[in-house]
Design a protein around this ligand. Structure first.
Ligand code: ZN
Length: 194
């Protein structure tokens, strides 16, 4: 099975992914592939929805380089106790070339499991807190521009519309399946992992 990164407005980016009930060799392989894809694309995080999987797992490394910084593989994350606010620039591997300012809590408490099944429970802040919140949003079908101010979003609206037009025209000419079919294709993953 070969994963690849899907781009906005693929409908899997808008679904709420389901908690993972089972970890197996294939899932460990999925996590490894997600890390490969993230580093290849020079990203700092990648969520399951972005590789067309409807399950709650994401990978991250705020340093963006293999062997550098802190590499995280997190399953069934839950974010609590948001504190403070900070505005910073964000981009997304599913929205190549599009960036915007997003205000988020400065620190959050993260509870999750790693790929070995060990519980993770820690307070994170700084850039890592931003990355984790961005990736956790993906698992809920939320894109970073949903959290931008109306004013800031107006500046990227043309770019978003262009991506929508390209995607829809591919669907109209049969190059990409329609949304209903794309969502139906996710069913086997629910059976396997949720
Ligand atoms: Zn993203």
């Amino acid at each position: 099975m070969q994963l690849s990164i899907i781009s906005y407005p693929h409908p899997t980016l808008r679904i709420r992914s389901k908690p993972i009930r089972r970890v197996n060799k294939e899932l460990r392989n999925i996590a490894a592939q997600m890390l490969d894809l993230m580093y290849e694309a020079e990203g700092v995080g990648l969520a399951a929805n972005q590789v067309n999987l409807p399950i709650r797992i994401f990978v991250a490394n705020p340093a963006g380089e293999r062997g550098d910084g802190e590499e995280l593989v997190l399953l069934n994350p839950e974010l609590q106790m948001p504190k403070g606010n900070v505005t910073g620039q964000e981009g997304c591997l599913s929205l190549p070339g599009i960036y915007g300012q997003v205000k988020r809590p400065k620190s959050i408490r993260l509870s999750a499991f790693d790929i070995q099944g060990n519980p993770v429970d820690r307070v994170v802040d700084g850039f890592l807190a931003r990355v984790i919140q961005h990736e956790n949003d993906h698992l809920d079908g939320v894109m970073f521009f949903d959290r931008m101010t109306e004013e800031a979003k107006r500046e990227i609206d043309d770019q978003l519309h262009e991506l929508e037009t390209v995607f829809e025209s591919k669907q109209n000419t049969g190059g990409i399946a329609n949304n209903e079919q794309l969502i139906a294709e996710l069913d086997p993953w629910y059976e396997k992992y949720t």
